[in-house]
Design a protein. Structure first.
Length: 290
């Protein structure tokens, strides 16, 4: 008998109803220490429930069990069946694999959640890409946390292993077409669009060097002082630089002529150690005066 009308719970929630009644209606914990010990064991098992979830997800992925539920692909099952992104589901699988490996190595204290387990795995890869350092890294985290009486969090795991943490992130809204172009450029360069955007903004926000009033000629390198006259730009040099800038801008900002298959190695070879220009570009710009 339960203290309320039989609720209409999901078919997977019977265990939760049983647990509620055991704790707060039947009060089975009053039966003594053994009952309390059993309660703690159940609590620890629930604490690491993501491991069983990840195992099940991996089985669905590996053996294509989703087909029995009417889904054609694992991605379709994740998005429509589980209402989760494929990326998140794969993170759960990775977290489960990481913690399961720790269990097999004899650890009884594991990462509390998916975030901690995945941060452990990614940080361990930074230590060594050739050998698996997950177990030794986790032992280091446990030892330092115990010694310093620190709670273990995802950030603490990363800091302990790599010595650095990711900078806090912020969000900004930009037009979809701009974002799509950024993703295309990032794909060509083999980087994430967020990383490319960070580099672009970093270049834009980088403060220009502005020598202070105390800067004197005596503090400049000797070769600069001897070449002051040469460094001043003549009208011919300025005209050549303007032509060169126009050439590069025309080649890289004209979307109609842009080659979508280009990568970072396709930057036009305009600049050479000799100061000359590439043969293909001769005639388009004026040769710099000598």
């Amino acid at each position: 008998e339960i203290p309320f009308n039989d609720p209409e719970l999901p078919n997977w929630a019977d265990g939760y109803l049983d647990k509620f009644c055991d704790l707060f209606w039947h009060e089975t914990w009053r039966e003594g220490n053994d009952a309390i010990a059993t309660l703690e064991i159940d609590m620890l098992a629930d604490r690491y429930a993501y491991i069983k979830e990840g195992m099940a997800l991996r089985a669905f992925q590996l053996y294509k069990l989703y087909e029995n539920l009417g889904f054609k692909t694992f991605k379709q099952y994740c998005v429509k069946g589980l209402k989760k992104s494929v990326h998140y589901v794969k993170q759960v699988i990775k977290a489960a694999q990481t913690s399961w490996r720790l269990m097999l190595e004899g650890f009884t204290e594991l990462p509390d959640n998916v975030s901690q387990a995945t941060r452990l795995a990614s940080s361990a890869r930074q230590v060594s890409e050739e050998a698996d350092e997950t177990t030794s890294c986790w032992q280091e985290v446990l030892d330092k946390a115990k010694h310093l009486s620190q709670p273990i969090t995802a950030s603490y795991i990363e800091t302990t292993i790599t010595g650095e943490t990711a900078a806090p992130l912020a969000t900004a809204k930009i037009p979809r077409d701009v974002w799509d172009k950024l993703k295309d450029r990032a794909r060509e360069q083999g980087v994430k669009p967020e990383k490319l955007l960070e580099e672009i903004l970093g270049d834009y926000l980088e403060p220009k060097s502005d020598p202070g009033p105390d800067t004197s000629l005596e503090s400049e390198p000797e070769f600069k002082k001897n070449n002051k006259a040469f460094m001043s730009k003549t009208p011919e040099i300025k005209a050549w630089e303007e032509d060169l800038e126009a050439l590069v801008r025309e080649k890289y900002t004209n979307e109609d002529d842009y080659d979508a298959t280009a990568d970072s190695s396709s930057i036009p070879e305009v600049f050479h150690p000799t100061g000359d220009i590439s043969p293909g570009d001769k005639g388009q710009v004026r040769r710099p005066p000598t």
